[in-house]
Design a protein around this ligand. Structure first.
Ligand SMILES: [Fe+2]
Ligand SMILES: [Fe+2]
Length: 166
C-alpha cells in the first residue's frame, strides 16, 4: 500500500479510537461543548508560542553547529504552524484573500506603531538589546504593511480586469 494511504488509515483509526474514548469521558464533563471554543483559542495561542520557541531553538542549534538538529527543530516549528493554522481556520479567523489582506494590513499598521512605542520604552529604560530588536521588527512590520498594500492593489486590479473582460 502507498505510504500516504497507509498513514491516512492509521490516523483515521487513531482518531476514531480517540473520539470514542473522549465521548465516553465527556459524559462525565458538564458543559463540554462550550469549552471547546475556549480550548481552541488557547490551543492557537500555545501552538503559536511553540512556533516561535522551536524556530529560535533551531537558530541556536545552527549557531552551535548542530545542523541536523537545527533542521529538525525547524521542521517541528513548521508542524506547529500547521497546527496553529488549523485552529485559526476552525475558529473562523480566515476569510477570503481580499478580506484577509485588509485585516492584516490593519494589524501591521497597528503593530508597527506598537513596536515604535515599545522601542521608546526600551531605550528609556536603558535596555539596548530590546531596543534593537523592537526597532528591527518595526521595520519588518513596515515592510509587511507596504507589501500587503501592494498585494491588495494587484488583487483589486486583477478582479477589475476579469470583470471588464466578461
Ligand atoms: Fe502542536
Ligand atoms: Fe508583521
Amino acid at each position: 500500500m502507498e505510504r500516504t494511504k497507509e498513514l491516512n488509515l492509521l490516523v483515521r483509526h487513531a482518531a476514531g479510537k480517540t473520539r470514542k474514548r473522549l465521548n465516553e469521558e465527556n459524559r462525565y464533563v458538564m458543559g463540554g461543548k462550550m469549552q471547546t471554543v475556549q480550548i481552541m483559542e488557547e490551543t492557537l495561542e500555545s501552538e503559536s508560542n511553540e512556533i516561535a520557541l522551536y524556530f529560535a531553538m533551531s537558530r541556536k542549534a545552527e549557531e552551535e553547529g548542530h545542523t541536523e538538529i537545527a533542521n529538525y527543530l525547524r521542521d517541528i516549528a513548521m508542524d506547529e504552524a500547521w497546527h496553529a493554522a488549523e485552529f485559526a481556520m476552525l475558529l473562523g479567523k480566515i476569510k477570503d484573500t481580499a478580506s484577509n489582506l485588509e485585516i492584516m494590513l490593519e494589524d501591521e499598521i497597528k503593530t508597527e506603531k506598537e513596536k515604535e512605542e515599545a522601542a521608546k520604552v526600551a531605550i528609556s529604560e536603558g535596555n539596548e538589546s530590546a531596543f534593537r530588536v523592537f526597532t528591527w521588527s518595526m521595520y519588518g512590520e513596515r515592510n509587511h504593511k507596504e507589501g500587503i498594500k501592494e498585494a491588495l492593489l494587484k488583487l483589486r486590479e486583477k478582479v477589475k480586469s476579469t470583470m471588464t473582460n466578461h
